[in-house]
Design a protein around this ligand. Structure first.
Ligand code: C5P
Length: 230
């Protein structure tokens, strides 16, 4: 399975002055942990890391420290995640017919999750890892007034990996660019094109490290894992 890692964001919501994926979590950068998990999965055979050019020297150093035994390529990202993934899709080798896309910021995903998604993607055109929502979710409108309370039994929180047939996803991205769609994940493009996207049970610990609190929670989870030798 080919894997694209969008890693071209900034550290704005983290309050950092650089790409948050370069921040340290114990002895590795966030990106280092993500690459370690992807490299330990049995199904991933190629990784494309999508980043801003200025970060490439750091990314190269991180990739060589993780010492992956599969090819790794670096792709220049765009202004939005959507643009970054678009660029990544253009850089896939021609033999790639299915692809997993995994946010570099979800550095706690396990190798087993990559393998589970790869396995399911053999029998469907699109999937996402997701977990059932625990909170009651409110739709809020003007003046902070609640407009709706959707039925929680139907709500899932989207994670990555997300996986797709490459040709179909490329077509969805092209259509999205043409029609000016602005989405925060790739499944949304598939959905807008009326293509089916299956849910694969994700992991509660697969959080997207976004704020300083997330960084502390991620550190706690990693320490627990290291202590029990996972
Ligand atoms: O900002 P956020 O955490 O939602 O970004 C999700 C993922 O998309 C991150 O791994 C980030 O590096 C990546 N991203 C990107 N290109 C952008 C913005 C975000 O690859 N222009």
């Amino acid at each position: 399975m080919h894997l694209l890692i969008p890693a071209a964001g900034s550290g704005r919501r983290m309050g950092a002055d650089r790409n948050k994926l370069l921040l340290k979590l114990l002895d590795k950068s966030l990106l280092g942990w993500t690459l370690t998990a992807a490299g330990a999965s049995e199904s991933i055979i190629w990784i494309g890391i999508i980043g801003q050019k200025a970060d490439f020297p750091d990314f190269e150093a991180i990739a060589s420290q993780v010492s992956l035994d599969i090819p790794v390529e670096f792709v220049e990202g765009g202004k939005t995640r959507q643009e970054s993934v678009y660029n990544g899709l253009q850089a896939l080798p021609p033999e790639a017919d299915r692809v997993l896309i995994h946010d570099g910021a979800r550095c706690l995903a396990t190798p087993a999750l990559f393998d589970r998604c790869s396995q399911v993607l053999r029998s469907c055109p699109g999937l996402i890892a997701a977990v059932p929502v625990k909170d009651t979710i409110k739709v809020v409108g003007n003046y902070n007034l609640i407009e709706d309370t959707p039925d929680r039994a139907q709500l899932w929180a989207a994670q990555t990996p997300q996986g797709f047939e490459v040709q179909l996803l490329k077509e969805c991205h092209e259509k999205g660019r043409h029609l000016g769609w602005d989405v925060t994940d790739d499944a949304a493009l598939f959905e807008r094109c009326d293509l089916p996207v299956r849910i694969v049970e994700g992991e509660e610990t697969n959080l997207k490290v976004t704020t300083p609190v997330d960084l502390r929670v991620a550190e706690f989870i990693l320490r627990e894992r290291l202590a029990i030798g996972q």
